[in-house]
Write a protein that binds this ligand. Structure first.
Ligand code: HEC
Length: 274
């Protein structure tokens, strides 16, 4: 059946999506930026982001910074307190982490020829003045990147702040936690199940059918991505469709999802158990 689907002429957009998805990061974007950054010598602000999972148990968070001046050293700083201090220590930037500020001194890195840096965090060793600590579910931890710059007068700058709210996904299962989200009515649209008795070949009629039709099954309309790739929410069409899909419309079609997309993400990233 999939062979027939593959032979059908497909819109160019579908192929563009396929190409884009190959180069995209394997894991989901997490956290949100806050605070106002000052432009660095490139004219852009230093952009901070994080990928991975907010589930503490998975210990899977990588920080990244881009749009940095080239070949400049810097380090990540962190705290659980947000602040706004202009030009700290004569820097050209603004400090967005306050209180007990930890420095990832072992992670002093150069922005190199690409103007980017990254740091794979160990959630059991978050830097703090009195020694490293372990992140607990419920903690909100803030991060910022402080780096040298060529611009006078301060010759240093800071990225935006990035806030990550950590949680835990204890034993999220498809039948107890996820399938109920697909059977409940949505806002201005019926339940996912009410339409998907076969649209695009996707049959969500019962929990067992839905699970069998989603896990590692290549999507029909968003080919060649799978509906659910256990451990990889970003590559999973089911999760993409609840946000800003690169293929087709956001779901539910014409309405707003009544469930929590983060639950779907966390369930997938935790291995998508039944
Ligand atoms: C009003 C009917 C309707 C509802 C409700 C609806 N869908 Fe859809 N769905 C569609 C249509 C039509 C398409 C095909 C067009 C598109 O992808 O935008 C589709 C496509 C999809 C696809 C892509 C299928 C493929 O093979 O690539 C997924 C995944 C999906 N929907 C999931 C959901 C989920 C999850 C919900 C509930 C949050 C939902 N849908 C609710 C009508 C609906």
């Amino acid at each position: 059946m999939h062979l027939v689907q593959r032979l059908k002429p497909r819109a160019l957009a579908t192929f563009a999506f396929a190409a884009a998805s190959l180069s995209s990061a394997a894991t989901a974007q997490i956290g949100s930026t806050y605070c106002v950054a000052a432009p660095n010598s490139t004219g852009s602000i230093s952009l901070i982001s994080a990928t991975g999972s907010t589930d503490v148990a998975l210990n899977d968070v990588t920080l990244g910074v881009s749009s940095l001046p080239l070949n400049q050293f810097g380090l990540f700083v962190t705290s659980q307190t947000q602040t706004f201090v202009m030009n700290p220590g004569g820097s050209n930037g603004n400090l967005c982490v306050g209180g007990m500020i930890g420095r990832f001194n072992a992670g002093i890195v150069s922005s190199g020829a690409t103007g980017t840096v990254s740091l794979a965090l160990d959630l059991n060793a978050i830097a703090a003045p009195m020694g490293a600590y372990s992140v607990m579910p419920g903690d909100t931890v803030n991060f910022q990147f402080w780096h040298r710059d060529v611009a006078a007068p301060g010759f240093s700058n800071l990225s935006q702040g990035l806030e990550i709210q950590f949680d835990s996904a204890p034993g999220l299962t498809f039948q107890n936690d996820i399938y109920p989200l697909l059977t409940q009515p949505n806002i201005n649209a019926g339940s996912c199940v009410s339409c998907h008795g076969g649209i695009c070949g996707l049959d969500l009629s019962t929990a067992q059918d839905a699970y069998n039709n989603l896990i590692n099954v290549e999507s029909v309309c968003c080919f060649p991505d799978d509906y659910v790739v256990p451990g990889d929410s970003t590559s999973s069409v089911l999760y993409q469709k609840l946000g800003n899909p690169t293929c087709g419309s956001a779901m539910p079609f014409g309405g707003t999802f009544a469930g929590d997309p983060d639950a779907v993400r966390d369930w997938i990233d935790a291995g998508a158990p039944f």
